[in-house]
Design a protein around this ligand. Sequence first.
Ligand code: NAD
Length: 358
Amino acid sequence: MNLNIALLKGDGIGPEIVDSTVRVLNKIGEKFGHSFTFTPYLIGGCAIDATGEPLPKETVDGCLASDSVLLGAVGGPKWDTLPGNLRPEKALLGIRSALGLYTNLRPAKLYPALKNDSPLKESVVAEGFDIMIVRELTGGIYFGERGYRQGKYGEEAYDTECYSRLEIERIARVAFEAARKRRKNVISIDKANVLETSRLWRKTVHEVAKDYPDVTVSDMLVDNAAMQLVKNPKQFDVIVTSNMFGDILSDEASQITGSIGMLPSASLGDTSRGMYEPIHGSAPDIAGQNKSNPIATILSGAMMLRYSFNLTAEADAIEKAVDKVLNDGYRTADICHNDGVEPLSTDEMTERILSCLD
Ligand code: NAD
């Protein structure tokens, strides 16, 4: 395949972790006979410095013309005092909306080699866990009608949750398709004992499930899910849930892996073009020091191969290389807690992963 990838390196550690990922993708290209053309565009603080705005039109047009988008991270103290519409983070909402991305895939994987990083006790995480959270990204209470009014007790504020059958159906399909590429189990999380939107959610998910007889589906109430994630995370394969529940549960799930530098994510829409990025920020405290962990971004590159281009063997190869490097005991500083182990730099960790792809 010949693929055009837009690179949004962004700020802080963004450029170094994206560069590492480009090296890994080029290696995959050589090995499997694909060619990748990478075109960089400005986003975030570096775009503000160069053009006065966090998301220049050229960036949006470049992403729309690409086959997929790889993002590092945006933001940093230099731009923290700018007004809201000029903040680097504003560019993230803008680019997701311009690309029509309504699904967020957030894997939370605890590698057995990193089980000591998890705040959960050994007996719960001994075998690791591997969860994929599929979160609806553009609907629900974050986008519903809201406002202030005078009520029985004076001033009050309100937010409303609204979900259409179409919005639920399309996110459910993403979850079932993702499950087909994994362990074929979907748990749909809602609050159907209280919320009308959740009752429509539950009904619609089960209607969609009829098209996926090879995938098992069950429901879980969100309060129970919050408990089950820390009690028995291994029971989850794919979770599908609404915007707000997904926001909260995906942060809980990432915390129980214990290592922010390891977790990739994907935002998807109706086309095969997605946006792939690590879940962490621009880490200004370590930017430019060759200390950052590139794995979350490298795994985001693997997700791009799997979800945008259907290159399963290629994605597997990257994930296996990461597994091997960790099992061999190599660590960057953020995941290095053993006094006897010298942490690797960003470049050294990248080299280790590349050598496992030989
Ligand atoms: P952060 O994720 O950047 O950093 C939190 C801590 O984790 C820091 O100590 C950092 O050094 C460490 N860390 C993060 N990624 C790492 C990696 N790959 N390797 C090693 N260590 C890593 O969160 P923050 O400090 O709250 O935010 C910093 C900036 O990033 C802010 O401007 C924030 O708005 C922005 N941000 C951007 C995104 C994004 O671009 N999607 C997401 C979150 C935060």
